[in-house]
Design a protein around this ligand. Structure first.
Ligand SMILES: Nc1nc2c(ncn2[C@@H]2O[C@H](COP(=O)(O)OP(=O)(O)OP(=O)(O)O)[C@@H](O)[C@H]2O)c(=O)[nH]1
Ligand SMILES: [Mg+2]
Length: 225
């Protein structure tokens, strides 16, 4: 009997940027190539790097850890149709105020500078009720007229009824946007998420220009808490 094939996205690590200068250089390269981008954002430990590994069906493409604060740089991966940026997790209490402020600045710089940003995938832990830092980031993304794609992670850890409750809580907070449900453990929702990212980055998709917004543009001090 042939085994059902596991979905695996083609992804390779392209660049690791630790500071504004390295980030700007990488964003210039992507812009010069006209390469659309998607970003994975979320609290430390929410499962961003695990999701990248699960999408690629590889175990060690992105470093993961049960200890929060593992991803301290912005790591860029290349897929067939777009570049994927794994942003540093926020809300990690056990690092210094300066370090947290530096990450928040790097995230903010990425969100305000990246050209052709087609999705800010905001990962939300299914087990937790909506958290202030996540709401702040969602408001920031929407306030900058960037395309938010909320995703509930670790759904294997949540009973069905709780998943439905979380989805409707977030939908109420996000003007009707309902999160996609995924699990890196069971692989639930991975193919649907990938197809959605490819759809948004298809050549005919409208370009997204963060500068072309008339929405209020706040700052992002929130991620330092
Ligand atoms: N049960 C379950 N555990 C998960 C899932 N995704 C991630 N985890 C676990 O959650 C922990 C954190 O995962 P990471 O992928 O490193 O989280 P991260 O968001 O990249 O964290 P930072 O790099 O600190 O921002 C690890 O122990 C993972 O094994 C999932 O879908 N289900
Ligand atoms: Mg990580």
């Amino acid at each position: 009997m042939p085994q059902p094939q596991t979905f695996a996205a083609k992804l390779t690590l392209e660049a690791t940027t630790f500071n504004a200068q390295q980030l700007d250089r990488q964003l210039e390269i992507l812009a010069s190539q006209g390469c659309p981008q998607v970003a994975f954002a979320g609290r430390s430990n929410v499962g961003k790097s695990s999701l990248i590994n699960a999408l690629a069906a590889r175990r060690k493409l992105a470093k993961t850890s049960a200890t929060p604060g593992k991803t301290r740089s912005i790591n860029f991966y290349r897929a067939e149709r777009f570049a994927l940026a794994d942003l540093p997790g926020y809300g990690y209490a056990r690092c210094s105020q300066q370090e947290r402020a530096a990450w928040a600045r790097l995230i903010e710089r990425y969100l305000t500078t990246a050209a052709g940003l087609m999705a800010v995938v905001l990962l939300l832990d299914c087990r937790l009720p909506p958290q202030k830092l996540d709401r702040d980031l969602a408001d920031y993304v929407l306030g900058h007229n960037l395309p938010l794609l909320p995703v509930l992670t670790k759904t294997d850890k949540c009973p069905q009824a709780l998943q439905a409750e979380r989805a409707s809580q977030w939908s109420l907070l996000l003007n009707g946007l309902t999160p996609l449900a995924v699990s890196s453990q069971t692989r639930r929702g991975l193919e649907a998420l990938w197809r959605e990212l490819e759809r948004r980055c298809a050549p005919e998709a409208p370009a997204c220009d963060p500068a072309a917004t008339d929405q209020p543009q706040g700052e992002l001090p929130c991620l330092q808490n």
